[in-house]
Structure formats: C-alpha cells, structure tokens
Design a protein around this ligand. Sequence first.
Ligand code: PMP
Length: 353
Amino acid sequence: MSQLWSPAVQALTPYVPGEQPTERVIKLNTNENPYPPAPGVGEVLREFATDHLRLYPDPTSHALRSALANSFGVETPQVFSGNGSDEVLAFAFQAFFCHGAPLDVPTITYSFYPVYAKLYGIELRQHPLNEQWEVDLDALAEAPSRSGVIFANPNAPTGHAHSLAALEALLERVTDRVVLIDEAYVDFGADSAVALTQRYPNLLVTGTFSKSRSLAGIRLGYAVGSRELIEGLERVKDSFNSYPVDSLASRVGIAALEDHAHFEACREHVITTRERTRSRLESLGFDVLPSKANFILAQHPAFDGAPLFAGLRERGILVRHFNKAGLENFLRISIGTDDEMDSLIEALESLIH
Ligand code: PMP
C-alpha cells in the first residue's frame, strides 16, 4: 500500500469480480448472456474500421442517447451514457450522494455500492432484506435524514424484483434526495421504473447493455432521469467535457437497440431456461429463490456451498459461491445455454449423490 494514495484509497477494498477463465469452461459466474449480440452489430464492426476509427467520438454521444431516449419514450437530455453502468453509478455517487449524511442501501445488494461509498467517503446505512429475501422498501423509506437511496431491481444476487406500485410508494415517501434504481437485470421479467422518471424528478434509473443485449465486452451503460439529474451527471463526467462513450460502443449499442426481435427472442430464451433450471435444481433438493434476473441463487439444505462450488470448478463449470452474513452458503448461477445448464445439472447430480 502506498502512502502517496489518498486515505480513502488506502482503506479501499476493491470490488472483486468473478474469475476470468484461462481455459475453455462453462462460464456461469458473472451473469453474461450466453447468446451472441444482434446480427447488425457484426455489420457495424466491419464497416467501422474503414470509416470511423480515425475520428474522435461525438462529444455529446447524441446518436446513442437519442436512440436510447426513443426506446424509452423520453427526451434525449434525460439520458446519460457511460462506459458500463459501473461508470454511470460512479458518477451518480459523486453527483448525488456526497451530502455528509448516510446513504440508505439494502445489506444484500450489488457489492460495488460499498466500494464507491468508501472511495467517496459516504457512510452507508444498511437495511436487512425482509423474510422473503426482498429489499425492504419500508425500511428504506422510513430512514431519517440521508444522502440518498440506492438498490438494484431486480436485486443482485437474490433476483427478486419489486412491482412498479411498490417502487412508486417508495418514491411518494422519499422526495428529498435521489433514489437510484439499478436496472441491470430488468429485461429478464421485471417491470422497468423508467416511466416513473417522468413524474419523480429525484428518480434515476440505470441500465446496461451487458446483460440482455449481450454486450458486456463493449462497456456500455446508461441512466435515465429528469434533466436536472442528467445535468448533475454531466457536471462530473470525465475527459475534456466529452461524453465518455467511444464511437464504436455507441454504434454497436445503437445496432443492438434497433434489433428488437433479436432482443425479445434472446431474453425469452434466457427466461425459459431459467425456469427450467430452477425446477430441475428443486428436484435435486435445492432451495431456489424466485428470480427475475439472468441468474438464480440456490442453496442445498444438506450440502455446503464450498465443496459444491469446488466440485463444479473441477468439472470446468464456474459459478459464484456466496458465504457472508445474511447470505450463507449460496451458489449464484448465471443462466447459460440449455446445453450448459444440462451440464451443470448433471455435475450437481453427481456431486450430491
Ligand atoms: N449493476 C448490477 C446490479 C450488476 O450486477 C452489474 C454487473 N455485475 C452492474 C450494475 C454493472 O454492469 P456493467 O458495468 O457491465 O454495465
């Protein structure tokens, strides 16, 4: 550790992402999409090298932001884009959550939030999930003076999603600070709160192209909110006052947004495979939390998670093992292709029999 680093950076425990395999494995550990992106993406890539690589990107990311705005039925100045939603979230922490009061979050949620809170010196006030493993919206709403509220819907790694009515009830109660709803997984069966941004000027919704659009490699994320909130993000964004997204990511993102049929087919396939996997895991004796995301969280009452995780790994199947307070002994399994899930079930069968 270097004394030249700021104290917050010295104290920082960086977010540890799922491991990247070096050999060919069945990779079910970081919630990627098992299917390729929209075919139009390939055409964009071919044409891009000759026509566009030598030029700087549009500093306002206008084409991408207006394509996103169109798809959400909002105005372009209500959309922000960044290098993955992680970057958009980082900007949001700086822009909205540094008021010197605690930020309200669930105890179990995306593990990136505590990393940024620490980096920006933001105290977290953590609220346990309720007995059904749901984010406790009442507890979030009831908390006294705060810097803001953040949670993922569907939540990670539980997969539970609240209804729009429940989200709206929260927004009726929290009006003083920004409520950030992270919708990284919303396309796999949950309702998006984007439309609510038109009525609640303190609501920021973030999303990503990494999951339902199969573009995790390109780093593309966005936020939708009132003009006031988007202007706040624009104030903190990096590099010569430009939008951070490069021109290749913009064009690829637009191509993905244009292919609605591919998007629908792909997400429906993931949802069907998820439900099939869930019932097969249940028939092996696993308790599986209901999920509206492209992963499931499962636990076997008779087997520890650690040897199951290790046994799967030996068989070339990567999943995540969670074993922390409030989330003991769980495996989080991303939804892959049907063949990949068959291999997973087969491997688990051999490990528990
Ligand atoms: N939010 C949640 C809840 C996530 O799980 C992830 C990815 N692990 C992200 C945001 C970030 O996604 P990306 O940076 O790829 O857009």
